[in-house]
Every structure is written in structure tokens, then in C-alpha cells.
Design a protein around this ligand. Sequence first.
Ligand code: FES
Ligand SMILES: [Fe+2]
Length: 448
Amino acid sequence: MAPLDVDSLTRVGPGTPTGEFFREFWIPAAISTEVTPDGNPLRLMLLGEKLIAFRDTSGRVGVMDHRCAHRCASLFFGRNENNGIRCAYHGWKYDVTGACVDMPNVLPEHAFPKRIKLNSYAVRERNGVIWVYMGTRKEPPPLPNIAIVADGFENLVVDMVMREANWLQSYEGDIDPSHLGFLHHGNHRPSDVKDDFIGQWLTTDPRVRTKVVDTDWGTMEGHVRPYGSSPNYWHYSQYLFPFWSMPGQDRMDVEYPIVRAWVPMDDTHSMCVQFMLPSGLTAGGQPKFFDKALSRLPGVAKRAREFLLPNTTDWFGRWRVSPAAENDYFINRDVQREASFSGIEGIQIQDKAIVESMGPIVDRTHEHLTVADLMVVRTRRRLLAAVLAREENGSLPAVLDRPELNLPAYAGGIEGSGEHEDWLSLYAGKVQELGRPAPRLKAETVAD
Ligand code: FES
Ligand SMILES: [Fe+2]
């Protein structure tokens, strides 16, 4: 077999090494309210497969190949009625498992519905989203357990925003510590954000001193800046198999971290699925981060959801925003010169513009990475090794079957006390203080 390279991580269709690896994990595919009992079928693009999702009369959700098994008409045009979806062409009907339950265009003695089953996928609902398992196992693995994305958290705020770019370059924005002080806050000064802790540390020194480590769940990054009385203010972020991130915002003990999945729709489109606790919102419905002085500065004030367009029924019509390549993301060059580094409004929109500007799948042979990109490099290697292990001997990361291994993963800032404080001990101490299990971290760990 040809050796896998980073480019192979960008190919997610059926039969590709990375695509098959991703299929072993549960995927948050849609918000639960996107399908209603006997409501309209939903076009769903996942890992390069065109699927149809619908909720039947009894409330169960089915996710399956969109093509009818008779003559391949799309079930998008089907009638969702009486516990099944009926093809609009000749009336074949399927239940939520994809089993054909009616073949009404022939006499009963000629019908063979029991022999017909569409390629369909296991579905669960939890955390306000529809989860889909597209893997090979008869009995799917447990759902993941990633901070608030876990059992018992049913009232999460879930935001989806589509990116017109490959999942990996979209993802890597979440583990790129040195862009914060430029793209998002390059023109902001500590004096602009007096008494705002998060603003102060983000605007003091944009040069990144970063460290990375492999973990049970993936990789962890920490970078340090001096802040106030603390010579070491460490900020931690996480990569979790296979496409999850915890970028962290505020101090670790102030705010529950947001959790994101970067779901590959196909090789050139990805869906950011962001989970947040409702207690992280202000009375006005804004995240608490948006209450801070920093968020009132040019470029920071708007959330992606404020730009959302109405969903359409297109394969790529869900959760789009109005700033897009064709309007240069509404860049304002005067604002760029004087106020916000990018001239683009909204942190997520800034990320989207930059990531899409790289092209649908970035050609990484043109990259020149620096020490600031340690986490990007480490994470590519970690994922590549995991994809390769599955190709070679079928083994998968232990966290797939033991979701509790994700529990020590957390994100945000910790104030250190000493000049040469060990960043891993500082982290382990804080997460235990927050009641989470101790992580197994060593300076150069390659977990499992
Ligand atoms: S194509 Fe669907 S019933 Fe004929
Ligand atoms: Fe960003």
C-alpha cells in the first residue's frame, strides 16, 4: 500500500482510508428539529454520501441512501406518511431502517419487498442532535463523551455553520494559536479592553510559545503568555478523535468550554457543529464571552448565527451565512486599515473567509510551517497514525469504545505561579480540581 500522507486526511468518501476511519465514529449530522414527524425529507450530505433523513409518524428518524431501490429516483421527492417514506415514482415505501415495506406497483404475488433494503445507517438522538453511525459494526460503539457533549445534557445550544472548504483546513483553525493575535485581534490593544481579563491576555503579545502532547483522546496544546501578576497564563486547547475540538475561551474555571465537531460533508464542504451550555449565555441570549469588553471591539461584535441565511433544500443549502467568497465576506478596507485586522465582521466569519481563501482543499506542498504550528503538525501525525493503524491491522483508538477516556479533556486558561512551571502538571492539577478524572500525560506520551 502506498504510504499515506497529509493529503489523504482530506479525502473522506467511501473506500478512502480516512473516510473509512471516520465512519467508525458517531457523527452529529443534523439538529433534531430539522426533521419533524411526517415532515419534509431532508437532503443530508455526509462523508461524500447523498443521504435522506426523515422522521416518521412515530417520531423515529431514518437516515439512508437517497436513491429508491427500484429505479433510483430520489426519495427527497417522496411522501413521508404513515411510518415510512413512499417513493413518488412508483410508490415503493421504506421504513426508518431502509426496509421496503410496500411494493404497490405490481400484483401481490409479484412483489418482493422483504428482499429490498436500502443502505441505511444507525441513528441516535442526544444533546439536541441526530447522530449517525456509518461504520461497519453491527452493534455501533457508544456515543462519545466530550465534556458537555455527553449523556444528560439535553438542553445544549447547538449552532451549525457550513464551510465551503475541506474539513481539515477548517478544523485546523481551532488548533492554530498564533492566528488569534492577528486575524481576530491584531489591531486590538490591552488599553482597549481595560478590566477585561480575556481581552488583556489576547492582546498583550501575539507571539506564541506553544507546547503539544499526545493524549488518550487525541492531542493537547498549551501556549503561555505573561498576564498581570501571573508570569505564566497558560491556555489549553484539545483535539479529540476523529474531528472534535475544544478551543477554549476564558479561564478554565470560569466558563464551560465550547465543543465543536467539524463534520466532513464531502471533500470540499464541512459543517461546524458547536455545542454550548445554555448557562454560558447571557439573559439576552448572547454567549457570556460577548458580554466582555473585547467583544465590543471592531470585528468581534457579531456571531456567525447573525448572518445565517434561510436553509434551502440543496445538498449544501443548510446553515449557510451571507458573507461568502462571491462578496469577499463584506470586507471593509477602511475598517481593516484602522480598526480590525481583517476588515471582516465576526470571528467565525473571519475564520471562514481565510480558510475558504486557501482553496477547496489546500495544497499543503506550498506550506512553510513554524514552531507556532506545532499543534497542527502533531495533530496531523496523530490522526494519520490512527488512520494507518486501522488500514494495517483494523485497530482503532481506545477512546472509541471507552468514551470515558475523553473526560480529562478540557479547555481554557489557567494562571500559573512560577516562571518555569510544568504545563502538564498545571493542567492535571486544575482538571482534577474541577472534578474531572486525572489525565495520563507524559512529556512525550504516545497514548495507547
Ligand atoms: S423509482 Fe422508486 S418506486 Fe420506482
Ligand atoms: Fe479563529
